[in-house]
Write a protein that binds this ligand. Sequence first.
Ligand code: NAI
Length: 477
Amino acid sequence: MSFEYKVADLGLAEAGRHQIRLAEHEMPGLMSLREEFGAAQPLKGARIAGSLHMTVQTAVLIETLTALGAEVRWASCNIYSTQDEAAAAVVVGKGTPQDPQGVPVFAWKGETLTEYWDCTEQILTWPGDEGANMILDDGGDATMLVHNGRAWEAAGQVPPTDESDSEEVGVFKELVRRTLAADPKKWTKVSEQIKGVTEETTTGVHRLYELAATGDLLFPAINVNDSVTKSKFDNKYGCRHSVLDGLNRATDVLIGGKVAVVAGFGDVGKGCASALAGQGARVIVTEIDPICALQAAMEGYQVARLDDVVGIADIFVTTTGNFNIITAEHMQQMKNKAIVSNIGHFDNEIDMAGLAKVPGVTKTEIKPQVHEWTFEGGNSIIVLSEGRLMNLGNATGHPSFVMSNSFANQTIAQIELFTKNDDYDKQVYVLPKHLDEKVARLHLDALGVQLTELTKEQAAYIGVDVAGPYKPEHYRY
Ligand code: NAI
């Protein structure tokens, strides 16, 4: 079998396969979905374009989707987040590096922005007339390419590159311009085949709700992020684990006793603050939302403005999903060798473009994805992953068990949208609570959890069914 793919080195496939095998053991949710749905093949006929960090855990997701009948093409949703051995193993599949028989993957660690968008285009460009009919997205880049490509196509032109465009926007426009020059109807054709998208993260979900609000959403969407078993687990406990992994692998600095600023106290911020405090750091939180600020205060964290504490902290982690949180001015006021990092989805939480423009600043690579920026006065700061999400750029992202929860939701959402497509309008939906509870249930045995069963009388007393759902929609966990 021959197919197109682009990864770093197929020779890494064996190493990747060993890691995937161990990850499968830690991903009971995905493995039990394979058992439950393997024979029925609910995703037969689904052609899924996946844009999500190409890690070992994602490899288990991809192979779950194919085990359920789907055809898949995959790219990473970040230039640094691919684990090359996982990408190689997925391409090789049951074949050999000389005769790969797996899934077309277009991803490697350290892509340029141009390569990144080329890879995203590749997952939406299938051989033959039949294109992708489902998107599985993380952060919304694949969905954005389809929407913006089609909008610019309808307007008859791509807006010319503007001087104020970031490098990212310039590269993106260039890609759309090139694809439209090759086929002026490309994005209409692509979008018309797509039945829906399932979106992994807060930032991507935000983009989907904006499209739905203006009536511009081209197909139905399931917001996987807001399944309780996703955002209250992956965002929180996943980051509680992987924020430290990123800091340790990048710098190995002792965290105990240091002052750490966590910008944002949403799900990701809660996990990061707890991890840093667990290591003995004195954690300071910044927030704009009074509820989250009060939560942080009740947890015992100091809540302050970044401007007031920027000169005393040793470690900074941004978790807001917002932009311009740490400015170039902030970075010049920091302590010598302060560590500056972001774990939110995009790289604009830290003003990297502004940092590069500070007069006299120099950049030294300590190792890939770890850079020392030295200011004219001699002070320097250490920036992780060029401001991109450090838990995937400097480490390998969240561990398998937590991703099993997120990806079980993704798999169920793909089945739901693909098999019951007519039930969904061009809106954004969350999975029903009984499926959320099902995902949690799939992970209890592995942790030795003994769940108490309601008696019929107790169930009637609190007004629920013995089999669930146990909470009303508005319950916040
Ligand atoms: P969230 O909405 O729960 O939390 C963000 C918090 O930041 C909110 O409480 C908000 O009030 C606060 N905030 C906004 N602007 C701020 C400002 N200027 N200063 C201080 N605080 C501010 O979102 P969540 O789920 O915590 O996600 C945050 C980001 O992390 C998103 O971009 C999401 O996509 C990403 N993410 C990254 C993961 C990773 O593995 N690296 C995993 C999950 C999510």
